[in-house]
Design a protein around this ligand. Structure first.
Ligand code: HEC
Length: 116
């Protein structure tokens, strides 16, 4: 039986708050769950975290570096899909090439990184 009392107001307010936050940060909302799943599948967390420096820069640092640059997405797309040389502890090696089902999934991850 429908009753207005079954509405959980705090949860509704929280859900609205979260979705508005995502919309303000980005015209097209980032699918955070998909981005985090892709990071996990590709084991990016071995060298990256959102806010800690590991062998690779934190995503916050990368977001700050590319902030406001029009070519940020295309640069990072190239970085993730062409295996450029990077230096880890003085040794040069190829950066991991991401495996994703399509370009849109990679771009969603890039928008996730850029919005940390
Ligand atoms: C073996 C360690 C390692 C793994 C695994 C790795 N990275 Fe990196 N990544 C690095 C290093 C080192 C750099 C720094 C390159 C530089 O600044 O020259 C880097 C740089 C980056 C950058 C910044 C590029 C820029 O131009 O600012 C992004 C974004 C990134 N990695 C994302 C990822 C993603 C996504 C994955 C998983 C598909 C991943 N990395 C896996 C080590 C790694």
């Amino acid at each position: 039986m429908y009753s207005t009392h079954s509405f959980h107001l705090p949860q509704l307010v929280l859900a609205l708050g979260l979705s508005c936050g995502a919309l303000v940060a980005h015209a097209q909302a980032v699918d955070v769950a998909a981005a985090e799943a892709l990071l996990k599948e590709n084991k990016c967390g071995k060298c990256h975290s959102v806010d800690k420096q590991k062998d690779g820069p934190s995503f916050k640092k990368t977001a700050a570096k590319h902030k406001g640059k029009a070519d940020a997405e295309s640069k990072l797309f190239t970085h993730l899909t062409t295996g450029p040389m990077v230096e880890i502890d003085g040794e040069k090696e190829e950066h991991k090439e991401i495996k994703a089902k399509d370009d849109a999934a990679v771009k969603n991850l890039i928008q996730y990184i850029l919005s940390r």
